[in-house]
Ligand binder design. Structure first.
Ligand code: HEC
Ligand code: HEC
Length: 221
């Protein structure tokens, strides 16, 4: 057990050694204007979305938000809707709007699924060494609050449907999966051709894991 824990933390440590994401100095008021004009329709003005495929953004850490928006802009993360939203934004606009949403009150949580909560908690906190699933909590935190320094996103309270889609996209990297080809997340690899952190993690998850983790995460706080 000790050995396993040591191996897990080593694995996580090697990933955490990534370069820190630097967000340019941002102007929250300028960001708010963009949010009002462009983003609010789908993500809510406060970053609380009512559509389960459109993620909550309010209070998410700024480095993570900034990185995702830049990833959409450079095509590292493919999604037709979001790529169109950022196409006309400058890097400064992106920093401003990421800064704005990061400073909104954190979104709330849903109810989850009591029937599978226990199994999901175990997987989230402890992983499953027999299948090579490493604990999610190592990076996302025991309450799934994320890690602002490392740009690991908050997941607790995020829409279950959105989380499920993202996990399948990460898992689909390099293999057939039931995700459309014009939607991918291929970022975070240290070197070209390598798998990124979440791709490595998600490659070990079954459909059932994804289902129970998504439900669980929508309620964690
Ligand atoms: C027409 C609806 C729509 C509009 C308008 C829109 N978004 Fe999105 N946004 C989405 C959808 C759908 C996703 C999920 C994409 C995916 O599944 O990869 C998303 C994802 C995101 C993400 C990734 C969040 C995460 O947790 O990884 C960020 C950040 C984001 N949007 C910010 C913005 C900002 C900033 C604006 C305004 C400039 C904006 N969005 C406008 C629909 C929209
Ligand atoms: C080694 C660190 C690490 C571990 C362990 C890890 N994650 Fe992640 N996770 C990340 C990083 C980094 C990102 C952001 C990737 C990016 O920038 O697109 C992420 C993103 C995500 C997202 C997308 C969130 C969003 O808003 O789009 C989900 C969902 C997720 N992780 C779920 C999980 C689950 C479930 C587990 C456990 C089975 C897990 N993660 C384990 C590092 C990790």
């Amino acid at each position: 057990m000790k050995k396993l824990l040591a191996a897990t933390s080593l694995f996580i440590a090697s990933f955490s050694a990534h370069a820190v994401i630097i967000v340019p100095e941002y102007d929250v008021n300028a960001g708010q204007a963009i949010a009002e004009n462009v983003c609010a329709a789908c993500h809510g003005l406060n970053g609380v979305s009512v559509v389960p495929t459109q993620p909550n953004l309010g209070g998410q850490n700024v480095r993570y938000l900034y990185k995702q928006l830049m990833d959409f802009r450079t095509g590292k993360r493919l999604n037709g809707i979001m790529q169109a939203q950022v196409a006309n934004l400058s890097q400064q606009d992106i920093a401003n709007v990421a800064g704005y949403f990061s400073q909104q009150a954190p979104w709330g949580v849903g109810y989850g699924n009591p029937a599978t909560a226990q199994a999901a908690t175990k997987l989230f906190l402890g992983g499953d060494s027999t299948r090579g699933v490493i604990p999610c909590s190592g990076c996302h935190g025991p309450k799934a609050g994320g890690n602002a320094y490392a740009a690991f996103p908050r997941l607790g309270g995020q829409h279950a449907q959105y989380i499920g889609i993202q996990l399948k996209m990460f898992r689909a990297a390099g293999r057939e999966d039931d995700v459309t080809k014009d939607q991918t997340r291929t970022n975070d690899a240290e070197k070209e051709g390598q798998k990124g952190m979440m791709q490595t993690v998600a490659s070990k998850l079954s459909d059932n894991d994804i289902k129970i983790l998504s439900d669980y995460l929508s309620a964690v706080h």
